[in-house]
Design a protein around this ligand. Structure first.
Ligand SMILES: [Zn+2]
Length: 173
């Protein structure tokens, strides 16, 4: 199977308060690499002319824009984190730049959320490609990879409506 892989780098901040080690409970950051693996939904032979898998510039551009404009230098917080309520009450413009997650924003959760987000983007782009793998390198020695259906891993959205990870737009909350 021919596959495409793209890697993008971003800086992020988060804190983990529900059960991780105490040292993770103060806001801190990582420089991360996110690598996605894409497969054609309907594999076929190359056409002998352009010899490209499928046109993917549009989906790639939208994905990279999401990483660059929404993930890079964003703060990731659980929807139940009191810091989120503080930002919304005191600095609402900055609260718009917070990635809100169902529970602590661990790398494991982010891999599933981002895989679902990219899946929504690819679907909106005509379902020519599907995301077959998501890899987040949190540190040079700590990487999370996910393959499979992220919907089987994700908690049900607590706000009632579909989560931002199901929308093919730039939303992060
Ligand atoms: Zn961390």
């Amino acid at each position: 199977m021919l596959e495409l892989q793209f890697t993008r780098r971003f800086s992020m901040g988060h804190r983990l308060i529900a059960g991780a080690a105490e040292r993770c409970s103060l806001p801190h950051g990582h420089n991360e690499f996110v690598t996605v693996t894409l497969q054609p939904v309907r594999p076929g032979p190359l056409d002998g002319s352009s010899n490209m898998l499928v046109p993917f510039e549009q989906a790639k551009a939208r994905w990279h824009r999401f990483v660059d404009e929404r993930l890079d230098h964003a703060l990731q917080l659980s929807s139940t984190d009191p810091l989120l309520a503080w930002f919304r009450a005191n600095e609402p413009e900055r609260a718009e730049r917070i990635v809100v997650t169902p529970g602590d924003p661990t790398t494991e959760l982010m891999a599933c959320l981002l895989m679902a987000k990219l899946g929504a983007i690819l679907q909106a782009d005509g379902s020519l490609l599907r995301c077959a793998g998501m890899r987040i390198e949190e540190t040079p020695t700590n990487t999370v990879t996910f393959t499979g259906d992220p919907m089987e891993m994700l908690p049900v959205s607590q706000s009632g409506g579909p989560g931002w990870w199901l929308r093919p737009d730039m939303s992060i909350a």
